[in-house]
Design a protein around this ligand. Sequence first.
Ligand SMILES: Cc1ncc(COP(=O)(O)O)c(C=O)c1O
Length: 449
Amino acid sequence: MTMGAGSGAGEGSGADTGADGDPTALTDGVLDSGRLAGLSPADLATEFGTPFYVYDLDLIGRRVEALRAALPRGFRLAFAVKANPALAVVTHLRRCGVGADVASGGELETVLRAGFDSTAVAMTGPGKRDSELQAAVAAGIGFITVESPGELRRLDAIAAAAGKRQPILLRLSVSEDAHLETVRLIGGVEGKFGMPLQTLLETARIAAASKNVELLGIHAFGASNLRDADQLVDHVAQLVEVGRRMAAQTGTQLRLVDAGGGLGIPYSDAETPLDLERLGYGLQALRNRWDSDIELHDMEIVLEPGRFLVGPAGAYVARVVDVKGPDSAPVAILDGGINHVLRPALVQSEHRLAILATDGLRAMVRTTVAGPLCTGIDVFTTGTMLPRPRVGDLVAVLDTGAYGFTEAMPLFLSHPSAAEVAVKSGRAQLIRPRVAPAELLDRQINPDW
Ligand SMILES: Cc1ncc(COP(=O)(O)O)c(C=O)c1O
């Protein structure tokens, strides 16, 4: 298993790691002193047009390094590709030395194209098709997280047909209110993700007896966007204990525990970042306990962060095409909206916005910023104090490096898609061109009935 947290070259070395030199103290974001990833927003807009996403790869590298520095021995990182599947971003993360967590055949193809060693790849997620399992087994990926007894039966047959013994984890279901920011492993919940404890234990017995799969351990995703280090530590601790029970009941050794992602980031100035130092202390205390435990001494832990590694490193930039309403409460309409950044409307969580005006001081006014779509939910903010907008201004929607481009609805209203741009060592590069509506029309079939 080479899930890579400790092994890679890591491109963030020598980078700004906070004022006191503590590598776990991350302070920077993609927008700093009016510049995006160190570059002029106006220059980026001139070169690439609007709207576009911009990702600061150096910042992603620093975030990998900061998280890695906080983790004890035996902890590995696998980037959750769903957070940002842009090939250049995924390739950069591979160069940073992390593994990858994929949730579909398409994501598997992405990481293989990005040059990942297949043993550094995990596949997790509900509803894996036979063709996806076949591709994962054929590629020889590090492990597949099995979500149900039925999936185990299908995977077993697929591995047998391929003449391979596929390493697996079993996924434990967590309580529904996990998504309400409590991490509680109940294991009694039948739902979309994973299995309740009883089902998991029965499935583990079947897996342990099979020669086509190799039961390494257990997986559970606790909760999304957790910024409370203690809750994350608690989640890992509880999961390991369930894994220990599973191993004891099946006569196997608990070799791997995947605690999922969920490491959170602030989306507003009022929110505090995840305390990496505290996370590190908590996990180290667990490691110390496991180290003196013969059953757990050699166990590895995988974390699958997505949002934490890439979220703050990305911004969405659009241009103001219209301003209306009174001077004291203007409404700015952009050339892109929830067709490109759906997350604020989807989870009802506003992102920080910046009007990137370069023409001197502007009065601060209560401003509404909206996209061009014909729906009332296409609004980024209502009545927020911002410099008074003008037509032609650039607006940045921050913290959109995760679940931004990939979680949007680009076809709605047939606007062009957003371009994607990556910046590395001060150099900007187009990594995904904008798709024009005509290109999508060209792909359609209009029968001559
Ligand atoms: C199985 C699994 N792992 C990892 C992640 C990544 O989560 P995050 O981006 O919150 O770290 C997700 C997100 O849905 C997930 O479902």
